[in-house]
Write a protein that binds this ligand. Structure first.
Ligand SMILES: Cc1ncc(COP(=O)(O)O)c(C=O)c1O
Length: 381
């Protein structure tokens, strides 16, 4: 796939929190989940054309945007949704916070599976719910749900809702149909509302691990599920603030919209424009991106697993690697690597000690330098 579509501009002056954190210091920014690639030309051109009109009055998502999303999800993920199932949101984080408001009544519990994207861990408390944790386990060379541990937890605790992440940030799993079916069985048995954060679903790297939305398993699961999606991760436009929930159940959808009344702002016009262009015209760019990410993932995987004291599992999806540093015996792995010129995310924020998360969505030169520094840092530990 042509990498001519993928540009890696200098991000030093692009108002980027990823790059500003280490401005003026020789530390490679490989933390927050955005990419060092410019957005697809088709998205930029659509934004330019809309800006040229000079009109920015109140607006609402058009029928054409709904159609672009419905077609895009059918084309890319084989899931046929209806336009009126879509609820636009300013972000996926707002989306799962709103979903927590529908989990029973204040004081009730929301189950999730650490290590996980940090705002998932704080959402229940934000919405006066309790967090129930069932940690993922490393078994047979990949991360899995701990079914036995889940049974033990559920013997004494009652959850009203489960929040999953599919594909999962940070462990990079694309949950299989079997795993989702088993989870869905629990949801039916315990009458859970399901909130599935599928923001990374356009970033599957391993073609043998196709992504299935849990709501696509069957009609009864669809009726209890809120699926959160966005163009933001796949096409690198997170600051444009456009996401959406897909909610097939009309009464659940009504409750969800009502939970955000007066609080959830309308999506920014430019976010809507970018979203439509991405779903309609962004696939060639996405394929070029996936080729680059696959190569980066393989290089990082080989390097990490060749170093004594570090290990990682294959990244099935996302541009994030969850690296096990426990064998190095470092008190604070993130700080240690930062002192060696590598700016990773701290695993503790995701609810697990002894890990760092590496964002490898960068050009090959930056990755070369990161691998060189990683080697030196591990040898010096
Ligand atoms: C799993 C997951 N959900 C949500 C988000 C952020 O979503 P948004 O910026 O739309 O709130 C991220 C960003 O890294 C993420 O990894």
């Amino acid at each position: 796939m042509s990498s001519a579509l993928l540009h890696t501009p200098d991000r030093q002056h692009s108002d980027s929190i990823k790059w500003q954190r280490y401005a003026g210091r020789d530390i490679l920014p490989m933390w927050v989940a955005d990419m060092d690639f410019a957005a697809p030309a088709e998205v930029v051109e659509a934004l330019q054309a809309r800006i040229a009109q000079g009109m920015f009055g109140y607006t609402e998502p058009s029928a054409s945007l709904h159609e672009a999303i419905v077609d895009g999800i059918a084309r890319d993920h084989g899931w046929q949704i209806e336009p009126d199932w879509i609820v636009f949101l300013p972000g996926v984080v707002s989306g799962f916070n709103l979903a927590c408001r529908l989990a029973g009544t204040p004081g009730d519990s929301v189950l999730t599976f650490p290590p996980i994207y940090p705002p998932v861990l704080t959402a229940p408390r934000n919405q006066e719910r309790r967090l129930l944790r069932s940690e993922l386990v490393l078994a047979g060379g990949h991360w899995e749900y701990d079914w036995e541990g889940l049974d033990t937890l559920l013997a004494t605790q009652r959850a009203r809702e489960v929040v999953i992440c599919n594909p999962h940030n940070p462990v990079g799993r694309v949950w299989s149909r079997d795993e989702l079916t088993r989870l869905a069985w629990y949801a039916e048995k315990h009458d859970w509302l399901i909130c599935s954060d599928d923001i990374h679903c356009g970033l599957v790297l391993d073609p043998t691990r196709p992504y299935t939305p849990i709501a696509a398993l069957d009609e009864s699961i669809a009726q209890r599920t809120i699926t959160l999606m966005a163009p933001s991760k796949t096409w690198n436009i997170p600051a444009l603030g456009c996401a959406f929930a897909v909610i097939p159940n009309a009464s659940l959808r009504k409750q969800y919209v009502a939970a955000g009344h007066g609080l959830t702002p309308e999506v920014n016009l430019l976010g809507l424009v970018a979203c439509e262009a991405a779903y309609r015209h962004g696939d060639a760019w996405r394929q070029a991106l996936l080729a680059r990410l696959r190569e980066n993932a393989q290089r990082l995987h080989a390097c990490v697993n060749a170093l004594d004291g570090l290990s990682m599992t294959p990244v099935e999806a996302t541009y994030l690697a969850w690296v096990d540093c426990r064998a190095l015996g470092l008190a604070q792995p993130q700080k240690y690597f930062e002192q060696h010129g590598l700016g990773f995310s701290d695993g503790r924020d995701f609810g697990m000690e002894g890990f760092v998360r590496i964002n490898f969505a960068c050009g090959p030169e930056l990755l070369d330098e990161a691998l060189r520094r990683l080697d030196l840092a591990v040898r010096a530990a």
